[in-house]
Design a binder for this molecule. Structure first.
Ligand code: AMP
Ligand code: ZN
Ligand code: FE
Ligand code: FE
Length: 292
C-alpha cells in the first residue's frame, strides 16, 4: 500500500544504504510527498536532504531524528520531528552520543574476535562512512568476512540484545530524550512499539511518556499486520497520541523491509502533526511544499 507520507527513514548518515539525495529521489518516485529523514542520533544528513528536496515543488521535508534509549529489558526508540537541529547544545549532545557509539562498536568487534569471528575494524569504519556507527555496519562486515550469510543472521547469531557480541550503549532514558527533543522544539513520537507490547510494558510506558510530552506513536510501520495496526490505533487513541508511521527504510534488504511510502499511513494524522508544528511555531523548520 502506498502512502503520501513517510515519517521514518534512514540514510548513509546512520545505517541506511542510500544517501539523503537518493532517499529523497526514491521516496518522491514512490509517490511520497511528505518525508522525514530520521537518522539514528545524528542530524548531519539533513542539509543534503533539504538540498535534494528543493528539486521538487510539491514535496515537504520534515527535519527529524531517531534517538535510541533504554529501559530495563528493552530498547525504546523515540522519533523527533520538526527539531531545531542547529541548536548548539543539542549538536554537542549528539556528538557525545556518536563518540559513545564508536566506543561501543569497538568493544563489539573485540568481542567478535574473542568468539572466533574476527572482522577488521577498518571495514566497520568503511560501512559506517561519515555518519553514526551502528550494529548494521558490524553486521555488514560479518557478512563480508563470510561469518554469516545475511545481516539478519548477524543479528540473530551475535548482535541482538541477547546475542554474545552485544554491548549496551550508554544508558539514556526515554523521558530524558523526550525532554532533549522538547528543548529543541521537536514533536516526540514513540517508534515501532511491537516489542514493547510483547514485553507487556507498553501501557505503563505510555503513561509515563505522555506525561513527559510524547505526542505521537508509530501505528503504521513496516510489516505491521492489519490487526496489529488496529491494536496500536486503539492504544494511540486511548493515550491521545497522533497515530503516525513510517517504513523505517534502511535499504539493507530482509523480509521485513518496506520501500519508502509502502505503509498504510493515512494523510489525516500527518495533517495533525503539521498543525501541531504550526501551533508551536516549528512549521518553518520544514520545507513545506508550495502546491500540495
Ligand atoms: P544500534 O543503533 O547500533 O543499536 O543498531 C540498531 C539498528 O539495527 C536498528 O535501527 C535496526 O536498523 C537494526 N536492527 C536491529 N535488529 C535487527 C535485526 N534483527 N535484523 C536487522 N537489523 C536489525
Ligand atoms: Zn537503523
Ligand atoms: Fe528504531
Ligand atoms: Fe529507524
Amino acid at each position: 500500500m502506498r502512502s503520501l507520507a513517510d515519517l521514518h527513514c534512514h540514510s548513509t548518515f546512520s545505517d541506511g544504504r542510500l544517501t539523503p539525495t537518493e532517499l529523497v529521489n526514491l521516496a518522491y518516485g514512490n509517490g511520497v510527498r511528505v518525508l522525514s529523514l530520521t537518522d539514528h542520533d545524528i542530524v548531519d544528513g539533513l542539509p543534503e536532504a533539504f538540498r535534494a528536496a528543493e528539486r521538487y515543488s510539491d514535496f515537504t521535508l520534515i527535519p527529524g531524528i531517531e534517538m535510541s534509549t533504554d529501559v530495563p529489558g528493552n530498547e525504546v526508540h523515540i522519533l523527533g520531528h520538526f527539531i531545531d537541529w542547529h541548536n548548539p547544545a543539542f549538536l554537542d549532545r549528539l556528538r557525545r552520543l556518536q563518540e559513545s557509539r564508536l566506543n561501543r562498536a569497538r568493544l563489539m568487534v573485540e568481542k567478535l574476535g574473542q568468539l572466533g569471528k574476527p572482522i577488521p575494524w577498518e571495514r566497520v569504519e568503511f560501512f559506517a562512512g561519515e555518519g553514526a556507527v551502528g550494529r548494521p555496519h558490524i553486521a555488514l562486515a560479518l557478512v563480508e568476512a563470510g561469518h554469516v550469510s545475511s545481516v539478519n543472521e548477524a543479528f540473530n547469531m551475535y548482535l541482538s540484545r541477547n546475542g554474545p557480541a552485544y554491548v549496551p550503549r550508554d544508558r539514556l532514558g526515554p523521558e530524558e530524550v523526550i525532554s532533549l527533543l522538547l528543548d529543541v522544539g521537536g514533536i516526540a513520537t514513540l517508534a515501532h512499539p511491537r516489542e514493547l507490547l510483547a514485553a507487556g510494558s507498553l501501557g505503563d510506558l505510555l503513561t509515563v511518556l505522555t506525561e513527559a510530552g510524547l505526542r505521537g506513536m508509530e501505528v503504521y510501520y513496516q510489516d505491521y499486520l492489519p490487526e496489529e495496526i488496529e491494536t496500536f490505533r486503539e492504544l494511540a487513541s486511548k493515550y491521545r497520541l497522533i497515530p503516525l508511521g513510517g517504513s523505517d527504510y534502511h535499504g539493507l534488504g530482509g523480509p521485513q523491509q518496506r520501500e519508502p511510502g509502502d505503509i498504510p499511513l493515512p494523510i489525516e494524522p500527518v495533517q495533525k502533526l503539521l498543525a501541531l508544528a504550526e501551533e508551536r511555531g516549528a512549521l518553518e523548520r520544514a520545507r513545506i511544499a508550495h502546491a500540495r
